[in-house]
Design a binder for this molecule. Structure first.
Ligand SMILES: Nc1nc2c(c(=O)[nH]1)N[C@@H](CNc1ccc(C(=O)N[C@@H](CCC(=O)N[C@@H](CCC(=O)N[C@@H](CCC(=O)O)C(=O)O)C(=O)O)C(=O)O)cc1)CN2
Ligand SMILES: [Zn+2]
Length: 715
């Protein structure tokens, strides 16, 4: 058995330093380039990654970390878990990821507590697992052709099945994993990495037994490669002794989120994640060496805390960042260099650092009146019809708008010219909504590159990047802002666009803000303050914006919190505390509004179930949530809120235009469950990724469906 190389990373970005993969994918999907071109770009990106990692001196190179869409979807394909309805599609892989005309895609949801989304495996009792190892084998061979020996990375059986809610199929799936090990051994592969992030969550005794069964069976495969089970995003807790009791040779432990295990792991290799894959800060050598020194194992390998998928490629691509800040930063390439440097240091006998102390957060206090009082004041002021229709905020982000922003950055377009362009777009959005007959209008958010980055650009304490793209799902990326100092709002941010929009119409226009939890969740955040203190600073800035919008005459203000669920700690023991301060921060941001100002909030993930009480606690006058795909279940659960509710009447993630009858059906179901006077009618989420053609057709049907249901109410 070969020993584990002394330095490694658990995974690497794959979208390309200039988003080459995004462009190749979108060009292929749009029919503008052939499949061979997409495959050529993929091969080039893989070669670039291996070459770079080797140049930086990393010894243990991973493979199969590339993906054309998502590594969980790749695992489903590896195991043959392709639902029958996709098998005849022209391209089953992308059909599962994105759907086709007439075929809805598989569900997509957040990867643990990150802003990365994976495709949820659909596994039923009839799923026939059958190994197709062409991708991992292909990457191993491809790397070898380039002179690199690699360690293929595959989502492990327990995590894969838990994500697919099908742990009962363990016995069947293990057959495929056994075959995979045999195939990799035949290829001369020395080590294989199974990612098991699900093991850092609370696991039942049955689930722990599944871990034991899985790795005992895989450990018994004769002639197999050495097994490395990687955990990340937290502590293994009760899963660690279970794993340690199986024949796996190496265990990956997140020493940034988690702490060094007290257990003696003699006999095992520990792949110690001391360089964070979740932030962009340089690693403190003292802290890292102390963490490494505290591990008791036969061999300690230096690694990242998780895949580097969640950070941008390199700070070399950010020449305009302030030098003082730059010096504190490490993106993927710089983190690899840190791993290599730490692996070259002698860390035995280093002393553990003292634990950091959390400060108590500010308490909430409410100035707003009780809901009944607010609702009456708002009704008198707004005079809305029953079943008011509205949208979630953004309208299509056209290529023209993006190009205009790029032109400002390059100096080809003046700031005034750009602002005029934004105003034209706002006017277009207002006219479209008036023509459609919507009741509560939005300005469409054309001035925003992103609902978080835009605010970061206008707040002190944040820096933004030029090329710091991180994959969010498929070809979609974000540039998470860097929250590095105390946050404050030098001047109003959205007021001029909101008042401009309101000046064009007699219908109420909603002001549109992003909430403090979401701004922080979708940024890279300083680590010298407790997260909640940072969130409260952002809440104070949002609160000022709410007040200024109100003073400018805006009578409905929406404060979005789509990431409220995402930051929920993976362990139940920590959840109540998080939810308490997150809700308090939201109320801090919104409770400066007068009773007659209507506060809306928006959340758009189907797995809201676990945080319903917290959503209720936000105390928003109106809550719009995703529901078109999750169905009636969510309706009955939110019916107890006792305030306004807008369960989405159609899914905006697909280009499909819902028929009026279909929307009418959903709406009838909604008013069957919720008191009609509290129901709002809206799509599931913002419309920025759609085209005007799709949006106008869909919204026309929403308005028509609402008209039909209203007519009956009056009858
Ligand atoms: N931060 C964040 N997280 C989120 C969401 C969100 O809206 N924001 N929504 C959920 C789903 N996730 C999403 C993530 C990204 C996108 C998305 O559409 N991203 C855009 C980029 C948005 C952006 O930053 N746009 C910039 C830059 C656009 C650009 O590509 N510009 C060109 C130049 C312009 C041109 O000529 O086209 C370039 O830089 O090369 C702008 O509009 O200004 C993309 O990948 O295409 C959508 C949803 C959950 N997480
Ligand atoms: Zn949304």
């Amino acid at each position: 058995m070969s020993s584990f190389p002394k330095s490694t990373v658990l995974g690497y970005p794959r979208i390309g330093p200039r988003r080459e993969l995004k462009r190749a994918l979108e060009s292929y999907w749009g029919g503008r380039s052939p499949r061979v071109e997409l495959d050529r770009v993929g091969a080039e990106l893989r070669a670039l990654t291996w070459r770079r990692l080797a140049e930086l001196g990393l010894e243990g190179l991973p493979s199969n970390t590339f993906s054309l869409y998502d590594q969980v979807l790749d695992t489903a394909v590896l195991l043959g878990a392709v639902p029958a309805r996709y098998r005849d599609a022209e391209d089953p892989y992308f059909a599962m990821a994105r759907g086709t005309e007439g075929l809805a895609p598989l569900r997509m949801t957040k990867w643990f507590d990150t802003n990365y989304h994976y495709i949820v495996p659909e596994i039923g009792p009839d799923t026939v697992f059958k190994l197709d190892a062409s991708k991992p084998l292909g990457e191993v061979r491809e790397a070898r052709g380039l002179g690199h020996e690699t360690r293929p990375v595959v989502v492990g059986p327990v995590t894969f099945l838990l994500l697919g809610s099908a742990l009962d199929r363990l016995g069947d799936v293990l057959g495929c994993y056994e075959e995979l090990l045999t195939a990799l051994a035949a290829e001369g592969v020395a080590w294989v990495q199974f990612d098991e992030p699900a093991l850092v969550g609370d696991r039942t005794p049955e689930e722990l037994a599944a871990v034991r069964t899985a790795y005992e069976r895989l450990g018994a495969v004769s002639g197999r490669p050495s097994l490395f089970v990687a955990s990340y995003f937290g502590d293994l807790g009760e899963s660690l002794p279970v794993l340690a009791g199986t024949p796996v040779e190496a265990i990956g432990i997140d020493l940034v989120r988690g702490s060094a295990p007290v257990a003696d792991l003699t006999g095992k290799t520990v792949v110690a994640g001391v360089v964070s894959g979740r932030d962009v800060w340089r690693t403190s050598p003292g802290r890292a060496l102390a963490a490494l020194g505290a591990v008791r194992a036969s061999r300690v390998v230096v690694s990242t805390s998780c895949s580097l998928l969640h950070v941008p490629y390199t700070i070399d691509d950010e020449p305009s960042l302030e030098p003082a800040l730059r010096g504190r930063l490490a993106f993927a390439e710089e983190k690899v260099a840190e791993v290599v440097a730490l692996a070259g240091a002698d860390f035995r006998g280093s002393v553990p650092a003292g634990p950091s102390v959390a400060l108590p957060g500010p308490v909430t206090f409410d100035e707003r009146g009780p809901y009944e009082v607010r609702a009456a004041a708002q009704a008198a002021h707004l005079r809305l019809p029953a079943l008011p229709t509205t949208t979630i905020g953004s309208f299509p982000q056209t290529g023209e708008l993006r190009a205009a922003r790029a032109a400002v950055a390059s100096g080809a377009l003046s700031q005034t010219g750009y602002e005029r362009r934004v105003e034209e777009e706002i006017e277009r959005v207002i006219r479209v909504q008036e023509r459609l007959g919507l009741d509560v209008l939005v300005h469409g958010e054309p001035e925003r590159n992103d609902m978080v980055q835009y605010f970061a650009e206008h707040l002190d304490g944040f820096a933004v990047t030029r090329n710091g793209w991180v994959q969010s799902y498929g070809s979609r990326c974000t540039r998470p802002p860097i929250l590095h100092g105390d946050v404050s709002r030098p001047e109003p941010i959205t007021v001029r666009w909101a008042t401009y929009a309101q000046s064009l119409t007699d219908k109420p226009v909603k002001g549109m803000l992003t909430g403090p939890v979401t701004i922080v969740a979708w940024s890279f955040v300083r680590d010298d303050l407790p997260l909640r203190d940072v969130v409260f600073q952002v809440a104070a800035a949002v609160r000022e914006e709410v007040r200024d919008l109100e003073s400018a005459g805006v009578s409905i203000i929406q404060v979005d919190e789509p990431a409220l669920r995402e930051l929920l700690p993976l362990r139940r023991a920590a959840q109540a505390d998080y939810l308490e301060w997150a809700v308090a921060a939201y109320r801090r941001a919104t409770s400066g509004a007068a009773d007659r100002t209507q506060i809306h909030t928006h959340l758009c993930y189907s797995d809201a179930d676990q945080i319903l009480a917290a959503i209720d606690g936000l105390d928003a006058d109106v809550t719009t949530i995703e529901s078109a795909r999750s169905g009636a279940r969510i309706l009955s659960e939110v019916s107890s809120f006792g305030r306004g509710l807008g369960p989405g009447v159609y899914d905006i993630h697909s280009p499909r235009v819902p028929g009026a009858a279909e929307v009418e059906g959903l709406l009838r179901r909604t008013v069957g469950v919720l008191p009609v006077e509290r129901v709002w009618v809206n799509p599931d989420c913002g419309l920025k990724t759609r085209t005007y053609e799709e949006v106008e057709a869909s919204l026309a049907n929403v308005v028509e469906a609402t008209r039909r249901v209203r007519a009956e109410l009056q009858a």
